[in-house]
Write a protein that binds this ligand. Structure first.
Ligand SMILES: NC(=O)c1ccc[n+]([C@@H]2O[C@H](COP(=O)([O-])OP(=O)(O)OC[C@H]3O[C@@H](n4cnc5c(N)ncnc54)[C@H](OP(=O)(O)O)[C@@H]3O)[C@@H](O)[C@H]2O)c1
Length: 264
């Protein structure tokens, strides 16, 4: 309750992929900053534990287990969280993954699975909250893309393509939604220490913790920046890499072999 007697509602953030890694750390960071957080992922037991942890620290949280590739399920989860916490002010489409596989083995099922999760899952998450944001002429959409979307990485065809896709998708959203008061942010992390990268045996330059990533992301979201690319060393490296001619990119990356679940 403020000094005027008018209570100020907490801003509400819905985060997909909140059960582990970046989403989990971001939920805790936003809750610490005074956001009510709605947690979505498939593993209900992990979400319940995170909810308890946030509430135990004095924060406000609720969860709804859902598979983001199921359009009806993510819509129902968003509706339930909006009833529990209030209208969604910020939606972070963070759920995502990617398995490595050399194109010569034609891993079509793995490719399609990655595209479904990283593209369909993001679009369905946007569709679950955007109608209400447009109606209220307020809100903020964010996606956790990756620096892996800036150029095609070896063994990561579907992952790199999916991240390039959502980055471009969000760029168009930004232009379309400017006039209706909905902000749009594309987040491009480099290597972050999470369960996704834990099995990666390749070198991971400029690796940072999920907690550090969450702080950087939360700062960018609260400033409503359109792009959050980090850490700065990776941002610089990828700005350079994007400008390399193909023959030089191929020479630099041609012999690299991914050994973990994802390159970045
Ligand atoms: N770690 C990195 O270096 C890095 C770098 C750049 C970008 N990213 C991106 O950051 C995001 C988070 O990755 P992370 O590193 O934090 O990995 P993570 O710890 O494996 O987290 C992935 C999250 O996505 C959820 N998820 C997976 N499939 C889902 C589905 N079908 N429906 C709902 N939720 C689903 C998982 O929860 P459940 O299994 O409980 O559903 C989990 O909470 C991903 O989009 C990833 O591509 C990561």
């Amino acid at each position: 309750m403020g000094v005027t007697g008018i209570s100020v509602p907490m801003p509400v953030a819905l985060i997909t992929g909140a059960s582990t890694g970046i989403g989990n750390a971001l939920a805790k960071e936003l809750a610490r900053r005074g956001w009510a957080v709605g947690l979505v992922a498939r593993r209900a037991e992990l979400l319940a534990g995170l909810c308890d942890e946030i509430r135990g620290a004095g924060g406000k949280a609720a969860f709804a287990a859902a598979d983001v590739t199921d359009r009806a399920a993510i819509r129902a989860a968003a509706e339930r969280l909006a009833v529990e916490l209030g209208p969604i002010d910020l939606m972070v489409a963070n759920a995502g993954s990617g398995d490595p596989g050399n194109a010569s083995t034609v891993p079509v099922d793995a490719w399609m699975g990655t595209l479904r999760l990283n593209i369909d899952g993001v679009i369905y998450s946007v569709a679950a909250v955007l109608p209400e944001m447009v109606a209220r002429r307020a809100g903020h959409l964010a996606v956790v893309s990756s620096v892996a979307g800036f150029r095609g990485l070896p063994g990561m065809a579907a992952y790199s393509a999916s991240k390039a896709c959502v980055t471009t998708f969000f760029e168009s959203l930004r232009l379309d939604l400017k006039g209706v008061g909905v902000a749009v942010t594309a987040i491009h992390p480099g290597f972050i220490a999470t369960p996704l990268t834990a099995r990666n045996k390749n070198p991971m330059p400029f690796l940072i913790s999920a907690e550090r990533a969450a702080t950087i992301i939360a700062d960018g979201l609260e400033a409503r920046r359109s792009d959050v690319t980090f850490p700065w060393q990776m941002k610089l490296l990828m700005a350079f890499a994007r400008r390399l001619p193909n023959w030089l990119w191929d020479k630099a990356l041609g012999r690299a072999r991914p050994s973990g679940p994802t390159a970045s």
